[in-house]
Design a protein around this ligand. Structure first.
Ligand code: GDP
Length: 209
């Protein structure tokens, strides 16, 4: 994927604030500290995307970025075309109240199902830490995403920490874990450090957009 531009569009705290211009979107989710910011920056070939939340859980909102859009800066418009990359931050962040967490979970479920129904959400990337088997939080998240009609993929992160046959083993463990939840998902190992799997992930995302 040739990334020509990546422009922050909006942080949507709820359904009503999500952009309505019909631009196709791909969503990235994973528990906090999974390596999502690092992977997104590697995917976009940037050091840091604007507005990545330094304090996860503080402002829980869906961060919309327009990738490869046409920008008509003269009238202050946010641009058109290309696609949205949607960053859903801080899943399972421990330091927020139960109430805030429950609300965020509900929004993720509503988003995954509802935005796929409207045709905007075309692909979901669920990030899982490649160094460990999927956790309870990964299961929770998978169950929220399960009812979505949008195609899913699991991206194992920090793949540089997997050597030799631990990589195929980690992939098989993840595949089995999600299959037991009724989700037969492709699994790709990635690394923000070595850039492993980044092009493979784009190759899966791109045809869905
Ligand atoms: P986020 O909370 O999901 O956005 O996670 P971050 O991108 O901030 O990364 C969390 C931690 O994992 C940081 O300490 C990163 O340095 C580390 N990390 C992220 N990506 C990689 C990777 O590809 N390889 C390794 N070894 N560490 C990584």
């Amino acid at each position: 994927m040739n990334i020509k531009s990546a422009q922050f569009v909006t942080a949507a705290p709820g359904w009503a604030q999500m952009p309505e211009d019909g631009t196709p979107e791909v969503a990235f989710l994973g528990r906090s500290n999974v390596g999502k910011s690092s992977l997104l920056n590697a995917m976009l070939g940037r050091k840091a995307l604007a507005h990545t939340s330094g304090t996860p859980g503080k402002t829980q909102a869906l961060n919309y970025y327009r990738i490869n859009g046409r920008h008509e800066q003269q009238d202050g418009a946010l641009g058109q075309g290309g696609f949205f990359l949607v960053d859903l931050p801080g899943y399972g962040y421990a330091k927020v109240s139960q109430k805030v967490r429950a609300k965020w979970q509900q929004l993720i479920g509503q988003y995954a199902i509802g935005r796929a129904e409207t045709g905007q959400l075309r692909a979901i990337v669920h990030l899982v830490d490649g160094r460990h088997p999927p956790t309870k939080l990964d299961t929770e998240l998978a169950l929220l995403l399960r009812e979505s009609a949008a195609p899913h993929i699991v991206a194992l992160t920090k793949g540089d920490k997997l050597s030799g046959n631990t990589r195929p083993k980690a992939e098989a463990t993840a595949r089995k874990h999600f299959k037991a939840l009724g989700l037969e998902l492709p699994v790709v190992t990635t690394s923000a450090q070595t850039k492993r799997g980044i092009e493979d992930l784009w190759k899966w995302v791109e045809p869905n957009l």
